[in-house]
Design a protein around this ligand. Structure first.
Ligand SMILES: Cc1cc2nc3c(=O)[nH]c(=O)nc-3n(C[C@H](O)[C@H](O)[C@H](O)COP(=O)(O)OP(=O)(O)OC[C@H]3O[C@@H](n4cnc5c(N)ncnc54)[C@H](O)[C@@H]3O)c2cc1C
Length: 502
């Protein structure tokens, strides 16, 4: 039986490195494992990544870190979902909201599904998802997901936070809990005769050896790609975006704070707006095949207006794709080193969190051997490929005609057989829940999210039958009820003020 590793070296102090450090310290610190993290004082972190899904709540809960402790130092806000203006030009469906679902939505979700089915049959009923779900109403009313005088019953929200401050917070927590921090730059990586990493060489600390290495070094993948030779599979044929420019603006001065991310379609891609307690994070994600840095920054600055005057732009480029082997020999890659598709729907922290959690579970189950390596790699790949399908659907459904970028995305013949099957099943009004569970590898979001996207972008046949009066009335009632339910939740700015005041 193999023995538990004595020493783990995590390379990289971005979000992925510190999340891995905290999780591993929690899982193995008490078993005598020495966990060390090295970050370069001269190579910065990527500096973006400010939106999450509800999954990250589990991470903080498991580590016993309450919102009141981590949210204020990270200028964090609540996120009820994402709105998608201007992706569709279908009348009545020019924007829609992707909600995080609540237990209260169950009954309305049933009506929504039934109405979608009737509308797909050709009945003339409006089935816009924004009418059905609690968090849509919360976002419309700029409310927090925290009800007055009641505990939060279910997992209905994610967060926005300042990525740099989050890094600092996690670092403080991890070092306090026993992770050793080395600030130095790795200059070389040594491989032994088995193909394992034996040690790294550093500028000022000499050789650092370990039994297990965690590569959190960002896009370049210092260990997994550069030293162990793993090559990423490109996903550019499916989704074209490979660049972004980020420009922050001051927070709005009307006293309110949005409780949603906005992802607005632009000429060559889409723009995110992420509300923090201190500022608004904005970024324009695009494809360098269709527009240059200058063109995009000019369009972006015109759109942001004078709020962006004097604000520095951060330009980023990546090669969209993912590794085949995230765990190779005695090295596991976590974060951007694993690959990155693009920021739509803010799912990279999900990949990071699930990769760390699955790796520690598999590694321990295999008694700290490589026994479950293939299972782990297969599972991570299925997870990322499921995300790819979900993200690509946004582009396939767009109905914009203003640029070749949007037309090419819509007409793109490259998509997985699974995604093609889902689209076909929706158009034929088959049982979409069944098709999704059979087709999509691992679903990052529930089938209801797929319904919201497909219906929210108006993917329906031309109405052929007369209006159905009953579902329309139903729908009105649902909307009124969710607006009414929303009123028991704190206004977002008011709740944050209480939370921040302690
Ligand atoms: C435009 C854009 C928007 C994004 N938006 C979101 C979002 O909204 N939600 C989301 O979940 N994700 C988002 N992401 C992804 C997110 O930014 C990353 O997943 C996250 O920040 C983790 O990055 P990382 O820790 O893997 O790498 P990095 O932040 O790049 O950290 C790399 C670390 O490695 C260290 N390092 C590198 N080389 C060496 C060396 N030689 N020696 C020692 N140390 C070294 C560096 O010092 C640094 O500490 C976005 C990404 C991009 C590009």
């Amino acid at each position: 039986m193999a023995t538990i590793p004595k020493k783990i070296l995590i390379v990289g102090g971005g979000t992925s490195g510190w999340m891995a450090a905290l999780h591993m310290q929690d899982a193995w610190g008490g078993k005598g494992v020495d966990i060390c993290l090295i970050e370069s004082p001269t190579i910065g972190t990527v500096g973006v990544g400010e939106g999450t899904t509800p999954l990250v709540r589990n991470f903080f809960t498991r580590l016993g870190i309450p919102e009141s402790e981590w949210m204020p130092p990270c200028n964090a806000t609540y996120k009820c979902g994402i709105s998608f203006p201007d992706w569709s030009t279908v009348a009545g469906y020019e924007t829609y909201f992707h909600p995080f679902f609540s237990n209260r939505d169950k009954e309305y979700a049933r009506i929504f599904r039934e109405n979608c089915q009737r509308r797909r049959d050709g009945y003339d009923i409006p089935v816009h998802p924004d009418h059905y779900f609690l968090t849509s109403a919360l976002a419309r009313q700029q409310r927090s997901p925290i009800p007055r005088n009641k505990p939060v019953a279910d997992n209905i929200y994610g967060y926005h936070f300042d990525a740099a401050l989050m890094g600092e917070f996690l670092k403080g927590k991890a070092t306090q809990r026993g992770v050793t921090l080395v600030q130095d730059t790795i200059t070389d990586v040594a491989i032994d005769s088995q193909g394992d990493i034996s040690h790294v060489d550093t500028e000022n600390h000499g050789q650092i050896d370990a039994d297990l290495f965690v590569d959190c070094s960002g896009f370049k993948g210092l260990l997994i790609r550069q030293a162990l030779g793993e090559k990423p599979n490109s996903t550019k044929a499916y989704m074209f975006n490979d660049s972004a420019v980020a420009i922050p603006t001051p927070k709005s001065d009307d006293g309110g704070i949005m409780s949603e991310t906005i992802s607005r379609a632009m000429k060559y891609g889409w723009v995110w707006h992420i509300p923090l307690s201190s500022r608004t994070g904005n970024g324009y994600v695009y494809s360098s095949d269709y527009a240059s840095e200058d063109e995009v920054e000019t369009e972006f600055r015109e759109y942001l207006g004078e709020d962006a005057d004097g604000m520095e732009a951060l330009h980023l480029h990546w090669s969209p794709g993912r590794l085949e082997n995230h765990w190779k020999n005695n090295c596991v890659a976590i974060g951007l080193s694993q690959g990155f598709l693009e920021p739509l729907e803010a799912l990279m922290i999900n990949v990071i969190q699930t990769s760390i959690e699955r790796f520690t579970a598999y590694f321990e189950r295999g008694q700290f051997t490589n026994r479950y390596r293939e299972d782990f790699n297969g599972q991570v790949n299925r997870y990322i490929d499921g995300i790819l399908d979900y993200l690509q659907l946004h582009y396939k459904l767009n109905s914009r005609d203003d640029t070749a970028y949007w037309r090419d995305n819509r007409d793109n013949p490259n998509m997985s057989a699974q995604l093609a099957r889902v689209l076909d099943a929706w158009d034929r009004n088959e049982n979409i829940d069944r098709v999704l569970s059979e087709s999509i590898n691992e679903q990052v979001y529930p089938p209801l999210s797929w319904y919201c996207m497909l219906s929210g972008m108006g993917r329906f046949p031309a109405p052929g039958h007369g209006p159905l009066r009953l579902p329309v009335r139903h729908q009105q009632r649902v909307r009124d009820l969710s607006e009414e339910h929303a009123s028991i939740f704190y206004p977002h700015a008011e709740y944050l003020e209480r939370l921040y005041a302690g």
